[in-house]
Design a protein around this ligand. Structure first.
Ligand SMILES: [Zn+2]
Length: 492
């Protein structure tokens, strides 16, 4: 199915997002709101925060990475050195009659099914357009003005409006801060620096919802290593039996293969890369995505980013097709080499007496689109009423406190319990509507546990605890409630 194809699941996620406060189009009350900008509502913020916390646990903390938080506006020279000024471009053409602009490689693919490699020249693309009689989709006019469009947002800094850019990926901060971090944090190769933050890309045609945005969150990890020692990586011993969901170049479907076998067969070039591919796959499994919907797909020469030596995309299958969530790239010497040459600062470091320019392996994750995939995967429409089956530790609202009846003394007792839980959990109090209708309301936003205050509560200080996924109801003593919640909601 094409990613443009509409699906009921997609519509349901958007409906849920808009009606229950996960996310919404930015500036939506104004007619001139540009596409590709979204705001997170209260539930979206909470879900995002928990997702990032899981990422910190499973990657940053597990691997003892360092974290930074860099500026979003960076100088022209940064992007000259990184290659973005020259290479971060999309080919476009304009309709001669109605002036509509098309991303020409995508238009050719859409109209002919022919894959257009990134390296094809403008002239070759023009020839394809002419040979296949492709015209403006809107008015049938002839396409002209073939050119490259740079997707970075240019900004003017200060009164002189010095040329600078909003970063199109968060990782450039990591590369330009590398030397200082390396020295001040007294690390040895290999080690990784991670960053969560916003990036900006002036997409020609932003797509549905959170899937292709112009302003978006990334969580990026850059592993710095000695290229001569990528296979001398003892940490990988612990993951050798782990089954990766790998789709190497010569396969059409993902295969389950143990890391050690993937290495022996040469499908992955080094232990270091196998280790980080494992960490990222395990992270998505803990985020609730079933293994069968995950694949690590190797990119061909035509698909790889301009800086990549070896590239794997972690993709998740959704109703819209496979969606790329993490680019796992061996960026080689491109980054530190580029900045060394352009800035004149030596980026080489000593590794056991050997002077090396570290190479970089990257795990570049799109947070927003990951959240979309998690929501879509969790949304269960089988039972008539939607239930959001998020892992308990990702649930944006963790507990709902519900008096059985909307009157005294149930409400006072419920409010007392709500106040007691509020500083430890994300909890809501709700006394409107029948108890059954309230359960439905909280199932829909994925609240894993509802606590009901009923007649018996008033007699013996116990409450009814209802679990979203099993609809099982337990009688729990109030003085044991917090422990139960902590256990049930804790990270895996
Ligand atoms: Zn036209």
């Amino acid at each position: 199915m094409s990613q443009q194809a509409e699906s009921r699941k997609y519509d349901e996620v958007i409906r849920l997002a808009l009606e229950r406060g996960f996310f919404m189009p930015s500036s939506e009350i104004y007619g001139d709101a540009p596409a590709g900008f979204w705001d997170y509502g209260p539930l979206g913020v909470s879900l995002k925060r928990r997702f990032i916390e899981l990422w910190r646990r499973e990657l940053v903390k597990r691997d003892n990475m360092l974290e930074i938080d860099g500026a979003q506006i960076l100088s022209r020279n940064v992007f000259k050195a990184s290659g973005h000024l020259e290479s971060f471009v999309d080919p476009i053409a304009r309709c001669r009659r109605c002036k509509a602009v098309y991303r020409i490689d995508k238009l050719i693919e859409e109209k002919t099914g022919i894959h257009v490699p990134e390296r094809l020249s403008l002239d070759e693309m023009r020839k394809l357009v002419e040979d296949h009689g492709i015209v403006c989709a809107r008015c049938g006019g002839k396409l002209a003005d073939y050119s490259y469009f740079n997707m970075m947002f240019k900004v003017g800094v200060g009164v002189m409006e010095a040329e600078a850019y909003l970063r199109p990926e968060t990782c450039q901060n990591i590369f330009i801060d590398f030397l200082r971090i390396y020295k001040t944090m007294r690390r040895k190769l290999p080690f990784a620096i991670a960053q969560v933050g916003k990036s900006f890309r002036n997409e020609i045609s932003p797509r549905q919802g959170l899937l292709r945005m112009r302003e978006f969150y990334q969580a990026e990890i850059e592993v710095f290593f000695n290229p001569n020692k990528a296979d001398d990586f003892p940490k990988a011993d612990s993951i050798m039996d782990y089954q990766l969901r790998l789709q190497p170049l010569n396969e059409n479907e993902p295969i389950d293969i143990a890391c050690k076998d993937a290495l022996r067969e040469g499908l992955i070039s080094s232990k270091l890369i196998a280790y980080y591919l494992t960490l990222i796959q395990q992270f998505y499994e803990k985020a609730g995505i079933p293994r069968r919907l995950i694949r690590l797909r190797q990119l061909s020469v035509d698909e790889k980013a301009f800086y990549a030596v070896e590239a794997w995309d972690l993709e998740v299958k959704t109703s819209l097709g496979w969606i790329e969530l993490v680019a796992c790239n061996n960026r080689g010497r491109h980054d530190l080499g580029g900045h060394q040459e352009a800035s004149g600062h030596e980026m080489e470091v000593l590794d056991d007496g050997e002077k090396v320019l570290p190479h970089v392996f990257e795990l570049s994750m799109g947070i927003d689109r990951s959240l979309y995939c998690i929501l879509e995967n969790a949304l269960d429409l089988e039972k008539g009423k939607p239930v959001l089956r998020l892992p308990p530790y990702l649930a944006p609202t963790q507990v709902a406190v519900l008096p059985l009846l909307s009157k005294e003394p149930f409400t006072s007792k419920a409010l007392e319990i709500y106040e007691d839980l509020r500083s430890d959990f994300d909890v809501e109090y709700d006394d409107s509507g029948s108890i059954g209708r309230r359960y439905v309301r909280y199932d829909e936003i994925g609240v894993p546990i509802c606590v009901t205050i009923d007649h018996q509560t008033l007699e013996d200080e116990t409450v009814t605890v209802r679990f979203r996924d099993s609809a099982l109801q337990l009688r729990v003593a109030l003085n044991e409630l917090k422990d139960l919640l902590k256990n049930y909601l804790s990270f895996p």
